[in-house]
Ligand binder design. Structure first.
Ligand SMILES: NC(=O)c1ccc[n+]([C@@H]2O[C@H](COP(=O)([O-])OP(=O)(O)OC[C@H]3O[C@@H](n4cnc5c(N)ncnc54)[C@H](O)[C@@H]3O)[C@@H](O)[C@H]2O)c1
Ligand SMILES: [Zn+2]
Ligand SMILES: [Zn+2]
Length: 380
């Protein structure tokens, strides 16, 4: 089959790879109908992880079940399914507590809990930017969708970014009526803003510098804040009469940069500590890594990010972090889509063939105007 393969920094190609096959009795093979490129893929694409050359990328997958292993009893051939990016066993201590993003069994990498498809340090699982995907523990992991093709571009957000954005608001302890600050208007930040509005936020400030992304924030009813036009903390403090927001979401990650493009991994954490009121919560879903050989400072190379912990402590704030446990939210978010209460496809800018992937990576990586979210349709 054809698949998107990582060959090295800024070099991906669509090449022929072996078809996935049932290896364990609990496996399911999914024929991919839609697979998205994620900001998380860009950390690998830019050479800022230790992902192996030859890895098939892609963790935002959906499709139709093509084959099931002999021990699969719930999922059937022909089912339309969303594939959470986490690969969970469903029976370990963390899975049983709803933390499928920290499954104790599926990732053989020493010291790392939680597995994913086509991702650095997340286990030996090929990704789904391909014609087909092997899903371990299929009965546990797959979310059933209404049959047909309705809501395809909404449902494709259920594998990662919609639950991840929602999780950001959950980690932040958001409550109805809150003012919320979301840093990053990439796909994850926009999903966090969409989630906060669905959950009854009063005002949602969304900080970025890319005009097309800020325009989408405005379109869904959030308040865009352009950090290249002035200090975003001051802008939000002014708008909240000096009180700050009730909580905040970090949707940027360790490659946070200033308006000139220079990276400062602590920048957004510092901004959030300043802008969130005392005792407020901060949900960090932007990715930070324990090793970043491409970082600018010695500390950052070892994952040490020197943010303003002193102010964080004196304000009595709290912070939640980590990969989102997709299965905790994806059923409810699917039902919000079906009920017409959630429309996460608003950020889709491009629908392309798998063969267009290399080009799409380059445009999306450059945060080129108008490239907000790319979907690949391997069957087209
Ligand atoms: N925790 C999880 O489960 C999970 C899941 C998916 C993605 N992620 C991570 O979330 C982050 C965002 O993902 P994405 O797909 O939206 O990526 P993206 O790279 O498309 O978006 C990041 C945005 O942050 C903006 N930005 C950079 N510096 C900023 C600053 N100082 N202030 C405000 N905005 C700034 C950029 O302009 C960009 O629009 C990435 O780190 C990604 O790896 C985490
Ligand atoms: Zn993703
Ligand atoms: Zn588990």
């Amino acid at each position: 089959m054809r698949a998107v393969v990582y060959n090295g920094p800024r070099d991906v190609t669509v090449t022929e790879v072996p078809d996935p096959r049932i290896q364990e009795p609990t496996d399911v093979i999914v024929r991919i109908t839609t697979t998205n490129i994620c900001g998380s893929d860009l950390h690998m694409y830019e050479g800022r992880t230790n992902v192996e050359h030859g890895t098939v990328l892609g963790h935002e997958n959906m499709g139709v079940v093509a084959e099931v292993g002999p021990a699969v009893t719930r999922v059937r051939v022909g089912d339309r399914v969303s594939v959470p990016f986490n690969i969970a066993c469903g029976t370990c201590r963390n899975c049983l507590h709803g933390w499928t993003s920290f499954c104790l069994r599926t990732n053989p990498t020493p010291g790392v809990d939680g597995a994913a498809y086509g991702y650095a340090n997340m286990g030996p699982y090929p990704g789904g930017q391909a014609e087909a995907l092997r899903v371990p523990f299929g009965d546990v992991n797959l979310l059933e969708l209404p049959e047909g093709t309705d809501h395809e571009n909404d449902f494709t957000m259920l594998s990662d970014i919609f639950p991840t954005g929602w999780h950001g608001t959950e980690l932040a302890g958001m409550a109805p009526g809150d003012d919320v600050a979301v840093f990053g208007a990439g796909p994850v930040g926009l999903m966090a803003a969409h989630s906060a509005l669905i959950r009854g936020a009063s005002r949602v400030f969304v900080v970025d510098k890319e005009p097309d992304r800020l325009a989408l924030a405005d379109k869904i009813g959030a308040l865009p804040v352009d950090f290249s036009a002035g200090d975003p903390v001051e802008q939000i403090m002014d708008a909240t009469l000096g009180r700050g927001t009730d909580c905040g979401v970090e949707a940027v990650g360790y490659q946070a940069h200033d308006p000139s493009g220079d990276e400062h991994p602590e920048l957004v954490l510092d901004n959030l500590v300043q802008v969130v009121r005392s005792t407020g919560g901060i949900g960090v879903v932007g990715v930070y890594v324990p090793q970043d050989p491409g970082a600018a400072t010695e500390g950052a190379k070892e994952g040490r990010v020197a943010f303003d912990y002193g102010t964080f402590f004196s304000k009595g704030q709290h912070m939640g972090t980590g990969q989102a446990p997709v299965m905790r939210y994806n059923r409810q978010l699917r039902d919000l889509i079906v009920a017409g209460r959630a429309h996460p496809s608003f950020l889709v800018s491009h629908e392309l063939r798998l063969d267009d992937a290399a080009d799409a990576y380059a445009h999306f990586d450059a945060r080129e105007d108008g490239w907000t979210k790319v979907l690949l349709h391997p069957a087209s």
